[in-house]
Design a binder for this molecule. Structure first.
Ligand SMILES: *Cc1c(COP(=O)(O)O)cnc(C)c1O
Length: 667
């Protein structure tokens, strides 16, 4: 799968020889060129820069942007959307198909649609329609609410020559859905109703007769080509959607009997999301092209081929067929679609169809960046306890001896010894032979051994398998101010990888190895898998928190010295994450800002404030006034019984009431 393992080693080696850190090393370590090009890079100040218009326009310093937003009272966690990135993704997709069409002299056009389910937020759908207008870029609806968004957002009158953008109608359809879609043709819309089940066909025909209009119909094929990876089961005979070949024949015969076979004009398939391997696409397109040809031969008035979604995003930047990556680029994807279909049509002397794709992830992922701060950290202490003048229990003396004798030749063996002694110490404790203090000494010594061994393995070319977990068990925990369940649900639900890195201090060596723990009290609320050149890594390189000398970040209630803010970014989160996030522990929607580039730099286009505590409580049917009233009554009782003094009672009510209007995250 992934190659070039030596690169990582080379990195390790150079680290030993050339200690001063530079931004090139950060680029390499976080693989930013692999997943971020051309939108994200690192500047000389060691900050991430964003070039929302790719290689064509200006750029901004992400760290400075976050500071500027905080000064405007927009707190973390924060989602920043760059509408110019969305526009650039659309332009690239359309340019890829234009190039492919020119290259193969394909005698028809490409008319993409954006699947609304990928990110339904109004500003995003509106931006897709706006920036997609020159390309007649349409929308795909997978449900009735999404159809309602699509119809109201696309204005058919703005497109030239009676040629509006398409609305592809997928998903389960009831009578109202079908009726709405069909009647919208009177407004100038161009909906195509994709039949996914036979009974939808019968309902569609009934309604169209009743309304006296002829809809444009499509059929969704259940291809036998297997998708790969996580969404592999979107095709095949047992797939949830689509017609099998026998069902398609039934559909054709039925349409013929109703004198409506000319309505059938589109073939659709969708083999799943994030297709990592181009070969899977090629197989599917080849099969679908033949189905298309056969439908035309059977008398359908075929005009469109819709290849669905699945165009992948290279989350780890490895350019491989690993699940977090993809082994092809947009251009080769477009080329393969155009070439395969052209070959099939030429072979059968059929006119080539209008090409449609339903790329969601590839359009929406790059535009959004999640920014969050680190609240505090905890390290595994590796300092051995003070010596005890030879009075220790034998097991502790053994651990001491192990600790002292660790060297480059024996560290693997010493690791096994230390682990075994620790196990023995715990058994002795369980049988009552070791005191709490003694057990503490044993554990401290064990961690000291692990720390010493880990330090040695980090400088080795080769790390034995049994020591690979050491990095993981010794990882620092960075407590971060966001909820995985709300802001990166796929990271929790399906182990999806997103690039995560600091957005500043990239000119300093990140000397810590960490996992991230979120704000929820759920033990799944963590991130302990990170992108890497080879598969995944279990720890992320991060910087130690610095003491804050500015005096600006003191929270007044901690006796510890305040820390300088340390900001992390999670990238490529614009597809699926927002809408599938949930309210675990009642952490609500986060603040969102839309940034647009202009000749003077950038402009804050929209600010969508995240939920307040009152709002999330409302989602679970609590009324803030009722809660406050209950607290007031409890306070009055306590005052009457002298359980609280007046000032404290008022402080409690003030805090409670204040919290109701506050952000659900830590401020
Ligand atoms: C989800 C979905 C898409 C979008 O897939 P991406 O992989 O995000 O491009 C397209 N078409 C259908 C039918 C879908 O269900």
């Amino acid at each position: 799968m992934k190659t070039d393992a030596t690169e990582k080693q080379a990195r390790m080696n150079t680290k030993v020889i050339a200690p001063p850190w530079n931004i090139e090393e950060s680029e390499h370590l976080y693989r930013i060129q692999g997943w971020g090009d051309p939108y994200f890079s690192i500047n000389a100040a060691g900050h991430i820069t964003v070039s929302p218009e790719g290689d064509r326009g200006g750029s901004l310093d992400l760290y400075e942007l976050v500071q500027a937003l905080r000064q405007r009272n927009i707190g973390l966690p924060l989602l920043i959307r760059f509408s110019d990135i969305l526009a650039d993704r659309l332009a690239r997709l359309n340019a890829s198909f234009s190039k492919a069409i020119a290259r193969y002299n394909y005698p028809n056009v490409y008319r993409g649609v954006y699947p609304v389910k990928c990110n339904q937020h109004r500003h995003i759908v509106e931006a897709v329609v706006h920036h997609g207008r020159p390309y007649h870029f349409g929308l795909e609806a997978g449900s009735k609410p999404e159809l309602m968004i699509a119809l109201a957002t696309l204005d058919p009158s703005v497109y030239p020559a009676n040629d509006p953008a398409l609305i592809i109608c997928n998903g389960y359809k009831d009578q109202e859905y079908l009726e709405t879609a069909m009647l919208a043709t009177h407004l100038g819309h161009k909906p195509i109703i994709v039949i996914e089940q036979l009974n939808e066909l019968y309902a569609t025909v009934d309604i169209s007769k009743r309304l006296g209009l002829k809809p444009v119909l499509g059929v969704r094929a259940k291809l036998s080509t297997k998708g790969s990876g996580r969404w592999g089961s979107s095709t095949g005979d047992r797939a949830k959607f689509g017609l099998t070949i026998p069902q398609m024949i039934t559909a054709i015969e039925y349409l013929k009997s109703q004198e409506m076979l000319d309505c059938l004009q589109l073939l659709h398939f969708h083999i799943g999301s994030q297709i990592s391997s181009i070969n899977v696409f090629k197989d599917a397109i080849r099969e679908a092209s033949q189905v298309y040809v056969q439908l035309a031969k059977a008398g359908a008035n075929m005009k469109y081929l819709d290849v669905g979604g699945g165009l992948g995003v290279d989350y780890d930047g490895s350019k491989t067929n690993f699940y977090a990556s993809k082994n092809y680029d947009m251009q080769s994807y477009a080329n393969d679609i155009v070439a395969e279909i052209q070959e099939a049509c030429e072979g059968s002397k059929l006119p080539e169809p209008i090409l449609i794709s339903e790329s969601g992830r590839a359009i929406a992922a790059h535009q959004s960046v999640l920014i969050f701060d680190v609240l505090n950290t905890s390290d595994v202490p590796t300092i051995p306890p003070p010596p005890n003048g030879g009075n220790d229990n034998l097991i502790i003396r053994n651990l001491w001896e192990t600790y002292e004798s660790i060297n480059l030749k024996n560290y693997q063996e010493m690791y096994h010894d230390a682990s075994q002694y620790k196990e023995e110490a715990i058994s002795l404790f369980n049988f009552g032979y070791l005191s709490l203090q003694e057990r503490a000494r044993a554990e401290q010594l064990y961690w000291a051994c692990c720390g010493k061994i880990l330090e040695m393995t980090r400088h080795q070319e080769y790390v034995p398998d049994d020591l690979e977990d050491l990095e993981k068990i010794m990882a620092s925990i960075y407590y971060v101010n966001f909820s995985v369940f709300q802001s990166a649900p796929d990271s929790w639900a399906i182990d999806q990888l997103f690039p995560i890195m600091p957005i500043h201090r990239l000119d300093e060596e990140p000397e810590k190895r960490a996992i991230l723990a979120d704000l929820t009290c759920d033990s799944d609320g963590k991130i302990d898998q990170f992108i890497d050149l080879r598969d995944v890594k279990s720890v992320l390189e991060l910087h130690s928190l610095k003491e804050d000398k500015s005096g600006l970040n003191s929270d007044n209630c901690s006796s510890l010295p305040p820390k300088e803010p340390y900001y992390l970014g999670m990238f490529l989160v614009g597809a699926y994450q927002e809408i599938m996030g949930n309210f675990h522990n009642l952490f609500g929607d986060i603040n969102v800002v839309h940034i647009q580039m202009n000749p003077k730099g950038y402009k804050i286009e929209h600010v969508v404030k995240g939920d307040t505590i009152t709002e999330v409580l409302g989602y679970v049917q609590y009324d803030a006034e009722d809660l406050l009233e209950s607290m007031r009554q409890q306070t009055e009782h306590a005052l009457q019984d002298n359980r609280i003094d007046f000032d404290k009672s008022q402080q409690l009510l003030k805090d409670y009431e204040g919290s109701l209007s506050r952000y659900t995250y830590l401020v």
